[in-house]
Design a protein around this ligand. Structure first.
Ligand code: ADP
Ligand code: MG
Length: 704
């Protein structure tokens, strides 16, 4: 091969790479199209419009509405250059129903000269309200002349996603050619959806859907098309979701062929541990532990997502799983997202493991030098049976002696890629460790079915007995004095209080400053109280000391930034005040609120906001007042903010949906799931074809 990459003649004649069949596509354009993941004529057909413009009808000036895009045709009454703050060409036009002003900021002398009184002009652009009636700013336009009749467009104008060097006109030309090939039978699109399904849903054929979406006729309902709810789009959205689902299922299927150490249940340590607990497990905990034990007993890696609301008792479930590893002579690791949380786990585990004489190693980024070398040595030699640390554990070179289980706590912002790389990092020879991912931010079922289709899912849907639901009130910042009084009363009644300061979008330094100031003010207002302060800029030892004092009830009031969001467990705390609550996400508020209501005392949460509240903000805070159910909150959050926000952008970025919208199309998901099982079992050849069609190179999620 003399040339590189796609310029090589070998590759361009490859049928996998037939885009150069189209006129006007040489190596240079082909290379650019690669950026849009277009390599074949089929890819062109599946490069669907982002939106449409209606240039099929000329709208009379009298019936234009501001905000709309429209084609207009009218006569020029007056064209003049205005010298205001900016030089511009103003052109007043009219038809027999009304008039309109065109504004051009960039124009040539030739353009100015074209625009003579009496000339007929056709424009396309957005209608805006101006000081003296409606305007169009910089419309696309054609001067009409009597000799040549220029028709308006016959179909709605598709607007495609573009890339550098391949613009709308080019993409329209390529789709024209591809559609012609499809029409002539030179290219065929294999229909993979069963006829029974398309019939039941009243969906068109794939071929019709593709043709119409590229060149929709003007009499189509533009509204449903714009909302993405047209049967044509639903047909394709379904297949796209199917492709994603299949790809994740495939991933899971491949992982099944990896080897993992089998860890039998009910070994010595696990049994001892269960017997030593001061409480009985809830039914939900027991059920989940059974599911996990069954997985761990297999010779293939467990990949399980454990969801459980704040305080539902996930830690003890993790401990049971980890002890199964120890019982079988292996190591297990538990990772948490923050130092505070990891430290808390360390304390919990040390308490539990001491009596069992199990060695727990602690690794955080802050442990340096000789101490670090010693810990790494313990982990490498296998002297450390359990390892606890932050997520940083896996970002560096830590060698395990024989790792059998990785537990990741409180991590819902983990994309597919991170999950994969995690599994790879714990690999030893042909063996992969089992994986348990725990999250307290409930993920609505619709999302677990898509974004997490590579994982099995367990849910703890029950809180330990004796908890009373937190009562929540929403108050404006102007009633701060009352809130301070409430803190006073709560403290006098023997309970402890969290006061959370939030400053969103500000630097960490400012956040910490704000928290420090609040702590000072509160101390002045409440001189009898013992006030502590934690924020992200304290040294870990300082943080730990403050937290330990709060836990030991040596502090009454803990002023904190959102660093206390996850996991911290102080059952005697029964009042939480959150400032600027309107600026936090619902799931985050739910997490924070979960810090109280852990004891038997009635707990309260005060959400303070700064007026005025937007309608959405008001309804979001109302949800917090109405329910303590994390799943309800997550579902409402999903409806209000969309999946990107709820899952974290990474997650949905991974999915990169073109036609489908997880929220809008969630009703399709059960059927997607069903058909995907069916295809995997009965039509394996369809699986790759569908994935290939929708997921660029067909290996979006990779095969690690
Ligand atoms: P989370 O699911 O939020 O991580 P934790 O594991 O921190 O919850 O548990 C919260 C508290 O509930 C801890 O103090 C834990 O010891 C306690 N707990 C866990 N399971 C039970 C149970 N079955 N009965 C009573 N208390 C429990
Ligand atoms: Mg926890």
């Amino acid at each position: 091969m003399t040339n590189t990459g796609i310029q090589s003649s070998q590759q361009v004649t490859d049928s996998q790479y037939d885009i150069i069949r189209l006129k006007g596509v040489g190596p240079r354009i082909a290379m650019r199209l690669e950026k849009l993941a277009i390599r074949t004529v089929q890819d062109v057909l599946f490069h669907l419009p982002l939106r449409y413009e209606d240039r099929t009808r000329v709208v009379p000036l009298g019936s234009l509405r501001p905000g709309a895009q429209a084609v207009i045709e009218a006569d020029i009454d007056l064209a003049e250059i205005a010298f205001g703050r900016k030089r511009m060409l103003l052109c007043r036009i009219s038809d027999n129903t009304g008039s309109l002003l065109l504004r051009f900021f960039h124009f040539s002398a030739a353009q100015k000269n074209q625009m003579q009184r009496g000339i007929r002009i056709r424009c396309y652009g957005e209608i805006r309200p101006g000081k003296k009636g409606l305007e169009m700013i910089h419309p696309e336009y054609t001067i009409l002349n009597d000799e040549v009749v220029t028709d308006v467009e016959q179909t709605l104008t598709p607007i495609y996603p573009t890339t550098e060097g391949v613009h709308q006109v080019k993409l329209r030309d390529l789709t024209d050619q591809a559609l012609a090939l499809l029409d002539g039978g030179d290219v065929t699109l294999q229909e993979w959806l069963p006829a029974s399904l398309t019939k039941k849903m009243n969906w068109p054929s794939l071929r019709d859907a593709i043709i119409t979406l590229h060149r929709p006729l003007p009499d189509m309902e533009l509204d449903s098309l714009i909302e993405g709810k047209h049967p044509l789009q639903q047909r394709l959205a379904f297949e796209e979701l199917l492709a994603h689902h299949l790809s994740l299922r495939q991933l899971r299927f491949r992982a099944r062929h990896h080897h993992a150490p089998s860890l039998p249940a009910a070994g010595f340590y696990a049994t001892q541990f269960r017997g030593s607990l001061p409480f009985t497990l809830t039914t939900a905990q027991q059920r989940v532990i059974d599911q996990i034990e069954e997985d761990l007993n297999q010779h293939r890696p467990m990949m399980r997502l454990l969801q459980g609301d704040v305080g539902s008792g996930k830690t003890v479930v993790a401990a049971c799983a980890m002890l199964a590893a120890v019982d079988a002579g292996y190591q297990a690791v538990l990772m948490a997202p923050t130092e505070i949380l990891a430290e808390q786990h360390l304390q919990t585990f040390q308490g539990w493991m001491e009596q069992l004489d199990i060695q727990v190693a602690w690794l955080s980024g802050k442990i340096k030098g000789k101490a670090r070398a010693a810990v790494l040595e313990q982990i490498a030699s296998g002297a450390a049976q359990l390892v606890i640390g932050t997520h940083a554990l896996f970002q560096e070179q830590v060698d395990f002696h024989n790792l059998a289980l990785v537990v990741v706590d409180e991590q819902h912002r983990f994309g597919v890629h991170q999950r994969l790389s995690l599994r790879e990092k714990g690999r030893q020879g042909e063996q992969r460790p089992h994986q348990l991912i725990m999250t307290a931010t409930p993920i609505p079922r619709t999302l677990t079915m898509t974004a997490y289709a590579d994982l099995d899912c367990s849910i703890i849907d029950e809180l330990p007995p004796g908890r009373t639901p937190v009562q929540t009130v929403v108050l404006p910042e102007t009633r701060r004095a009352e809130v301070v009084e409430r803190v006073h009363t709560a403290c006098a009644g023997g309970s402890q209080i969290y006061w959370v300061c939030t400053l969103i979008d500000e630097s960490e330094v400012l956040q910490c400053q704000a928290a420090a100031e609040t702590a000072e003010q509160l101390q002045q207002a409440l001189p009898g109280l013992r006030v502590g302060l934690v924020h992200g800029r304290l040294k870990p030892a300082e943080k730990e000391q403050v937290m330990a004092r709060f836990k030991a009830a040596e502090l009454d009031l803990l002023v904190a930034t959102t660093v206390i969001e996850v996991g911290v467990d102080v059952p005697n705390a029964s009042l939480m005040v959150i400032e600027n609550a309107e600026r936090l996400g619902l799931s985050q508020l739910h997490q924070l609120r979960g810090r109280v209501g852990r004891g038997s005392r009635q707990s309260h949460c005060v959400l303070m906001y700064r007026a005025p509240l937007s309608r959405t903000a008001r309804s979001r805070l109302a949800i917090m007042r109405e329910t303590n159910d994390g799943f309800v909150i997550a579902q409402r959050d999903l409806e209000i903010r969309g999946p990107g926000e709820v899952l974290g952008t990474r997650q949905t970025g991974d999915m990169n949906l073109r036609m489908a919208d997880l929220l809008r199309d969630q009703a399709l998901l059960p059927q997607v799931q069903q058909l995907s099982e069916q295809l995997i079992q009965q039509q394996p050849q369809a699986v790759n074809a569908i994935i290939r069609r929708w997921l660029a190179s067909g290996t979006r999620y990779g095969d690690v």
